[in-house]
Design a protein around this ligand. Sequence first.
Ligand code: FES
Length: 147
Amino acid sequence: MYSEKVMDHFNNPRNVGEIEDASGVGTVGNAKCGDIMRIYLDIDEDQIIRDCKFKTFGCGAAVATSSMATELVKGKTIQEAMQVTNKAVMEALDGLPPVKVHCSLLAEEAIHAALWDYAEKKHITIEGLEKPKSDIHEGEEAVEEEY
Ligand code: FES
């Protein structure tokens, strides 16, 4: 049911963890399955994504897509990172079963939410970037005490 690449990224996820003082952090969730994904971006002054890490409390496909998404945005400019859609992530993973497509959407949304956070902090506008719909950052702050 899963491609070899999905299994590989699920079993050996890349870039797991968090970035201290990240340039942008995005946390999104899917209300239906309850899975949560958080992406950290380290962006330099040339707007290049130097590092990217993730934490996913979710299904195997969500872990695999977040792992692949972090690989895809690393080293890219923020405009290039905007092109890392859920479709691009799925293609890079050689596909996902139809019932798991929403998991890859979470990865795209998490990247966008992290970019949005960065743009807000820097007071800049990123072309084509819309306010994330499911950024659950605020809701989570009540649960976690790290802020
Ligand atoms: Fe919800 Fe995969 S089942 S993210």
